[in-house]
Design a protein around this ligand. Structure first.
Ligand code: WT7
Length: 631
């Protein structure tokens, strides 16, 4: 199926005009045990808040991603895995083999007592077993919660405790860019923090010698050798939870975003098919980690639901050389590459030669995700990587949305830096700070007027937080937390977060989380964290720190605090700059004036705005005079 501007506009209009007919029709993309007779049933009003899709439908996600393809493509490669080290051989699993592996994994979980509705944590490197584990949970109706392998033991423990997960699937070690990541050791540390960890299933990935605790830890190999290679898929209601994925917000701890079985899978499959114009058995490569929603929707669920060959890459974009991505493209004849602007900017700096010495003839389409793509990076991607032949799909969406929301489709008119137009069923609006709609060319808060099948269904264990976070500020609509501009053609240009969330290399980090980690250190009295422009990461983390009396605020402490945050949360939360501040700018009521802190971090000190409401205006002068540059 290819789309013209015309058919996209027509289909879009139909999706809004008669949503019930449109979505029941789309639902036929999936294999249902009981087909749904109802589409969306939802209300964003506080009194009657609910979101349900295909409520009376029954299906199994793993059967949709595997079993239903066995008749037509049992011998087609489902997953091709590229190892970290290019000298090693790739691994390939056909759909028939995927079926066997997933059934086996499901039976291992069952044998350890995992049942429908139980939460299983997955803390894995980028190896095929990570995908098997996700699909195995889906097969038996267990709810998976993937924790990115770069998060700390503390972060892992907190997430397991929050969703009451007693089982974790991990590996001895992970590998990234030639380095080892001690995953099993982190799980052991997490078990010291959260005593509820009862079962640890360990996949042998590097063969490292790791400690195994009797009765708690089991090698996956050993367990798999004793189970059957068939496992019947569990019939699930469309609204049963499929997974939880923790994501950072502007306040508090990360929240467990809950996604549904039917609506989520349909959204992942439909967007993957339409936005990338996917044609089986082409090789589709989403270069994300399965620890993020991008990996869930576009490495595993969307592609496999569509019978694709999906590529999983263990390593990083620039190792051993800045040619690696393009070499992987050539090695596996990748047709579509979907990656983040931060990776493109990093590779762009290394010079075109790393790209042009590879072929890339197999590429047909390119995708971008995670943060606004600057026009310069867009053009480089389009002109140098894609040789002007591959349209660039700049897909705007969020963990909460399950899949693409504002995105081009391949034969639309594109504008470098614009995510273009809303996808089917998505009705965006721009509101001013008071909630008034802005029409025509405008810039404001991006909100979504109605529900869509892939919408998150809740915050695990905290229904009120779901409503408060997304539906309180502007009543009756879903608030994205992003700002956007709409141009004369109706195209959207995402301007970035309007809340206290920082986007570091396409990953979300709450300023409050980094602040909490900093103040846990005995040297720190107070901390305020803001984003700052960073030429590769998009945004960097800038921390203002007030130390306790008697503490030396020196370079050694900068290093100590950076290591501290890295250990408390994970490397992605490491502050890029730490400025010691004798005081922070506060209003007379004690509220930290973040607007001023942001300006100083940006180096934009000529327009600090009104500082007359400050309790102590001299604090600002001191901060301006002692601003630090990143590093
Ligand atoms: C935030 C969501 C989408 C999956 C990966 C990140 C930003 C995402 C774009 C884009 C501009 C983008 C937004 C959004 N974002 N894609 N194409 N253009 N901004 O998921 O961690 O939930 O982060 O990423 O600010 O709110 P996430």
């Amino acid at each position: 199926m290819t789309l013209t501007d015309q058919s996209r506009a027509e289909t879009y209009a139909r999706s809004l005009a008669d949503p019930d007919a449109f979505w029941l029709d789309q639902a036929q993309r999936l294999d249902w045990i009981t087909a749904p007779t109802k589409a969306g049933d939802w209300s964003f009003d506080e009194k009657d808040f609910h979101v349900r899709w295909f409520d009376d439908g029954v299906l199994n996600v793993s059967a949709n991603c595997i079993d239903r393809h066995l008749e037509s493509r049992a011998d087609q490669v489902a997953i091709v895995w590229e190892p970290d080290d290019p000298a090693e051989d790739p691994r390939r699993y056909t759909y028939a083999e995927l079926h066997r592996e997933v059934c086996r994994f499901a039976n291992v979980l069952k044998a350890r007592g995992v049942a429908k509705g139980d939460r299983v944590t997955i803390y894995m490197p980028m190896i095929p077993e990570a995908a098997f584990a996700l699909l195995a949970c889906a097969r038996i109706g267990a709810v998976h919660s993937v924790v990115f392998g770069g998060f700390s033991a503390d972060a892992l423990a907190n997430r397991m405790e929050d969703c009451g997960s007693s089982v974790v699937v991990t590996a001895d070690e992970g590998r990234r860019g030639g380095k080892r990541v001690a995953l099993k050791a982190c799980v052991d540390e997490a078990a010291q923090i959260f005593a509820g960890i009862e079962t640890v299933i360990v996949v042998r990935a590097t063969g490292a010698d790791v400690a195994m605790q009797d009765g708690r830890d089991v090698w996956y190999d050993d367990a798999a050798a004793t189970v059957d290679t068939d496992c019947a898929p569990e019939p699930m209601a469309a609204e049963d939870p499929l997974f939880i994925l923790y994501t950072s917000g502007s306040t508090g701890k990360p929240k467990g975003v809950v996604h549904s079985t039917g609506g989520y899978l349909l959204w992942a499959a439909l967007t993957h098919q339409t936005v990338f114009d996917y044609r089986a058995p082409e090789v589709f490569w989403c270069a994300a980690d399965v620890g993020w929603v991008t990996g869930h929707s576009y490495i595993v669920y969307g592609p496999l639901a569509n019978g694709a060959t999906t590529l999983m890459y263990e390593g990083v974009p620039n190792w051993p050389t800045a040619s690696r991505i393009w070499e992987v493209v050539d090695r596996h004849q990748v047709a579509t590459l979907y990656t983040a602007p931060t990776a493109l900017r990093a590779l762009m700096k290394e010079g075109d030669d790393f790209v042009t010495r590879t072929s890339r003839k197999s590429l047909r389409l390119l995708g971008s995700v995670g943060e606004p793509i600057n026009p310069e990076a867009w053009r480089w991607y389009h002109d140098i990587v894609g040789e002007g032949r591959c349209p660039v799909m700049d897909t705007w969406w969020q963990t909460e949305t399950g899949g693409h929301m504002i995105t081009p489709t391949p034969d639309m008119m594109l504008k470098p830096g614009s995510a273009t137009l809303p996808f089917y069923g998505i009705e965006p609006k721009l509101l001013d700070g008071d909630g008034r709609e802005l029409t025509g060319e405008a810039e404001g808060n991006l909100v979504i007027m109605r529900s869509w099948p892939g919408q998150m269904r809740g915050v695990w264990g905290d229904e009120q937080r779901h409503f408060e976070t997304y539906f309180r500020t502007f009543p009756g609509v879903y608030t994205t937390g992003d700002g956007a501009r709409r141009d004369a053609d109706g195209y959207y240009w995402i301007t970035g977060r309007v809340d206290d969330v920082i986007n570091v290399s396409g990953h979300r980090m709450g300023t409050a989380e980094v602040e909490s980690a900093l103040v846990l250190h005995t040297a720190v009295a107070e901390a305020a964290v803001v984003g700052m422009p960073h030429d590769v990461k998009g945004q960097g983390i800038y921390a203002y720190v007030t130390v306790n009396a008697g503490v030396d605020a020196d370079d050694a402490l900068v290093k100590t605090l950076r290591d501290w945050v890295r250990h408390e949360i994970g490397p992605i939360a490491t502050p890029d700059a730490i400025q010691f501040a004798p005081g922070l700018p506060k209003t007379r009521s004690g509220k930290i004036m973040r607007r001023i802190l942001r300006k100083i971090a940006e180096g934009d000190v000529s327009s600090l705005g009104d500082t007359s409401t400050l309790a102590d205006p001299e604090v600002v002068e001191h901060l301006v005079a002692n601003r630090v540059s990143s590093g």
